[in-house]
Ligand binder design. Structure first.
Ligand SMILES: [Zn+2]
Length: 188
Protein backbone atom coordinates (compact mmCIF):
# COMPACT_ATOMS: atom_id res chain seq x y z
CA UNK A 1 0.00 0.00 0.00
CA UNK A 2 1.46 3.39 -0.94
CA UNK A 3 2.11 5.65 1.98
CA UNK A 4 -0.29 8.55 2.25
CA UNK A 5 2.54 11.02 2.26
CA UNK A 6 3.87 9.95 -1.11
CA UNK A 7 0.57 10.45 -2.83
CA UNK A 8 0.36 14.14 -2.13
CA UNK A 9 2.37 17.07 -3.39
CA UNK A 10 1.12 19.66 -0.94
CA UNK A 11 2.22 19.97 2.65
CA UNK A 12 -1.25 20.74 3.99
CA UNK A 13 -3.91 18.12 4.70
CA UNK A 14 -5.87 17.07 1.60
CA UNK A 15 -9.29 18.61 1.08
CA UNK A 16 -12.36 18.11 -1.10
CA UNK A 17 -13.49 15.51 -3.55
CA UNK A 18 -12.88 17.01 -6.97
CA UNK A 19 -14.44 16.57 -10.39
CA UNK A 20 -13.24 18.26 -13.55
CA UNK A 21 -16.38 18.47 -15.64
CA UNK A 22 -15.60 17.74 -19.30
CA UNK A 23 -19.15 18.50 -20.50
CA UNK A 24 -19.80 22.02 -21.76
CA UNK A 25 -23.52 21.32 -21.96
CA UNK A 26 -23.96 20.03 -18.39
CA UNK A 27 -23.27 22.50 -15.61
CA UNK A 28 -24.25 20.46 -12.56
CA UNK A 29 -26.50 22.91 -10.76
CA UNK A 30 -27.41 19.84 -8.72
CA UNK A 31 -24.93 17.57 -7.05
CA UNK A 32 -24.33 14.41 -9.12
CA UNK A 33 -23.95 12.53 -5.85
CA UNK A 34 -26.85 13.62 -3.63
CA UNK A 35 -28.94 15.68 -6.08
CA UNK A 36 -29.12 18.70 -3.75
CA UNK A 37 -28.67 22.16 -5.20
CA UNK A 38 -25.03 23.05 -5.50
CA UNK A 39 -23.52 26.20 -4.10
CA UNK A 40 -20.60 28.17 -5.41
CA UNK A 41 -17.19 28.57 -3.91
CA UNK A 42 -14.35 30.67 -5.20
CA UNK A 43 -10.99 29.09 -4.58
CA UNK A 44 -7.43 29.39 -5.86
CA UNK A 45 -6.90 26.13 -7.75
CA UNK A 46 -3.40 24.79 -8.07
CA UNK A 47 -2.82 23.48 -11.58
CA UNK A 48 0.27 21.73 -12.79
CA UNK A 49 0.84 22.34 -16.50
CA UNK A 50 3.42 20.19 -18.25
CA UNK A 51 6.37 20.22 -18.30
CA UNK A 52 6.87 22.30 -15.19
CA UNK A 53 4.50 25.24 -14.99
CA UNK A 54 2.43 25.29 -11.83
CA UNK A 55 -0.14 28.06 -11.64
CA UNK A 56 -2.78 29.12 -9.15
CA UNK A 57 -6.06 30.27 -10.67
CA UNK A 58 -8.74 31.90 -8.59
CA UNK A 59 -11.85 30.19 -9.85
CA UNK A 60 -15.49 29.91 -8.90
CA UNK A 61 -16.44 26.26 -8.63
CA UNK A 62 -19.63 24.41 -7.86
CA UNK A 63 -19.63 23.09 -4.34
CA UNK A 64 -21.83 20.62 -2.46
CA UNK A 65 -21.29 21.05 1.30
CA UNK A 66 -23.03 17.77 2.06
CA UNK A 67 -20.66 15.73 -0.09
CA UNK A 68 -17.70 18.12 0.24
CA UNK A 69 -17.61 17.92 -3.54
CA UNK A 70 -16.03 20.56 -5.75
CA UNK A 71 -16.72 20.70 -9.48
CA UNK A 72 -14.82 22.89 -11.93
CA UNK A 73 -15.81 23.16 -15.57
CA UNK A 74 -13.01 22.13 -17.88
CA UNK A 75 -13.83 24.68 -20.58
CA UNK A 76 -13.66 27.54 -18.07
CA UNK A 77 -10.36 26.31 -16.67
CA UNK A 78 -8.88 26.02 -20.14
CA UNK A 79 -10.07 29.49 -21.17
CA UNK A 80 -8.32 30.92 -18.11
CA UNK A 81 -5.19 28.92 -18.86
CA UNK A 82 -5.15 30.14 -22.46
CA UNK A 83 -5.45 33.74 -21.31
CA UNK A 84 -2.68 33.31 -18.76
CA UNK A 85 -0.20 31.47 -20.95
CA UNK A 86 -0.83 33.70 -23.95
CA UNK A 87 1.04 36.29 -21.88
CA UNK A 88 3.46 34.09 -19.97
CA UNK A 89 4.53 31.53 -22.54
CA UNK A 90 2.31 30.70 -25.52
CA UNK A 91 4.38 27.60 -26.27
CA UNK A 92 2.84 25.93 -23.23
CA UNK A 93 -0.71 26.20 -24.55
CA UNK A 94 -2.16 22.78 -25.29
CA UNK A 95 0.11 20.84 -22.93
CA UNK A 96 -1.32 18.32 -20.51
CA UNK A 97 -2.29 19.68 -17.14
CA UNK A 98 -3.62 18.43 -13.84
CA UNK A 99 -5.73 20.26 -11.30
CA UNK A 100 -3.95 19.16 -8.15
CA UNK A 101 -5.66 20.96 -5.29
CA UNK A 102 -6.34 24.30 -3.68
CA UNK A 103 -3.95 26.93 -2.38
CA UNK A 104 -4.54 28.86 0.83
CA UNK A 105 -6.00 32.19 -0.03
CA UNK A 106 -3.44 34.42 1.76
CA UNK A 107 -0.59 32.57 0.04
CA UNK A 108 -2.32 32.90 -3.31
CA UNK A 109 -2.81 36.63 -2.76
CA UNK A 110 0.85 37.09 -1.89
CA UNK A 111 1.88 35.12 -4.95
CA UNK A 112 -0.03 37.57 -7.10
CA UNK A 113 2.20 40.38 -5.84
CA UNK A 114 5.38 38.39 -5.50
CA UNK A 115 5.55 35.11 -7.42
CA UNK A 116 6.53 32.19 -5.20
CA UNK A 117 8.74 29.29 -6.23
CA UNK A 118 7.34 25.78 -6.35
CA UNK A 119 8.51 24.49 -2.94
CA UNK A 120 7.02 27.58 -1.36
CA UNK A 121 3.68 27.03 -3.12
CA UNK A 122 3.61 23.40 -1.97
CA UNK A 123 3.80 24.62 1.63
CA UNK A 124 0.37 26.17 1.12
CA UNK A 125 -1.23 23.49 -1.04
CA UNK A 126 -4.09 21.18 -0.08
CA UNK A 127 -4.19 18.30 -2.55
CA UNK A 128 -7.63 17.02 -3.39
CA UNK A 129 -8.56 14.16 -1.17
CA UNK A 130 -10.20 12.28 -3.99
CA UNK A 131 -10.58 12.94 -7.68
CA UNK A 132 -13.60 11.53 -9.46
CA UNK A 133 -14.80 11.59 -13.02
CA UNK A 134 -18.34 12.26 -14.05
CA UNK A 135 -20.36 10.57 -16.76
CA UNK A 136 -23.68 11.74 -18.08
CA UNK A 137 -26.28 9.22 -19.14
CA UNK A 138 -28.70 10.37 -21.80
CA UNK A 139 -32.28 10.78 -20.65
CA UNK A 140 -34.85 8.34 -21.92
CA UNK A 141 -36.49 5.07 -21.08
CA UNK A 142 -34.47 2.11 -19.99
CA UNK A 143 -35.64 -1.41 -19.22
CA UNK A 144 -36.61 -1.84 -15.58
CA UNK A 145 -33.88 -3.34 -13.46
CA UNK A 146 -31.09 -2.29 -15.82
CA UNK A 147 -27.95 -1.73 -13.83
CA UNK A 148 -26.72 1.85 -14.13
CA UNK A 149 -23.34 0.53 -15.27
CA UNK A 150 -25.06 -0.94 -18.32
CA UNK A 151 -26.69 2.31 -19.39
CA UNK A 152 -25.20 4.24 -22.27
CA UNK A 153 -22.89 7.12 -21.45
CA UNK A 154 -22.71 10.38 -23.36
CA UNK A 155 -19.19 11.22 -24.32
CA UNK A 156 -18.31 14.88 -23.88
CA UNK A 157 -18.23 16.91 -27.06
CA UNK A 158 -15.20 18.94 -28.09
CA UNK A 159 -14.71 21.96 -25.86
CA UNK A 160 -14.81 25.37 -27.41
CA UNK A 161 -11.48 26.47 -25.99
CA UNK A 162 -8.20 27.30 -27.62
CA UNK A 163 -6.32 25.05 -25.21
CA UNK A 164 -6.71 21.86 -27.19
CA UNK A 165 -7.57 22.34 -30.78
CA UNK A 166 -9.60 19.39 -31.90
CA UNK A 167 -8.62 18.02 -35.28
CA UNK A 168 -11.32 19.03 -37.68
CA UNK A 169 -13.08 16.37 -39.65
CA UNK A 170 -12.63 16.88 -43.38
CA UNK A 171 -15.88 18.26 -44.67
CA UNK A 172 -15.51 17.42 -48.30
CA UNK A 173 -12.83 15.12 -49.59
CA UNK A 174 -10.48 16.97 -51.86
CA UNK A 175 -10.04 15.64 -55.36
CA UNK A 176 -7.34 13.06 -55.28
CA UNK A 177 -4.03 13.87 -56.74
CA UNK A 178 -1.79 11.14 -57.85
CA UNK A 179 1.11 13.31 -58.92
CA UNK A 180 3.27 13.11 -55.84
CA UNK A 181 3.49 9.69 -54.46
CA UNK A 182 5.05 8.90 -51.15
CA UNK A 183 4.46 12.28 -49.67
CA UNK A 184 1.81 12.27 -47.05
CA UNK A 185 0.57 14.92 -44.74
CA UNK A 186 1.99 14.45 -41.30
CA UNK A 187 -1.01 13.02 -39.58
CA UNK A 188 -0.76 9.67 -37.93
ZN1 LIG B 1 -23.94 16.33 -2.76
Amino acid sequence: MPKEKERYLGKLPPKYTFILNPYAEYRFTRCPNCNRKMKQRKLPLFIHVDPCNPVALNKTCRYCPDCDLLIAHQDEIESLLVRLFAQLDPGIIGNDYLVVGTVERPAWRESMKQPKDIPEMLEHLHDFQRVHTVKVQPGGWYPAGLDSSEMPVLSPGPLDTLWKKQPRPLATPKPQRTKRKGRRRGRK
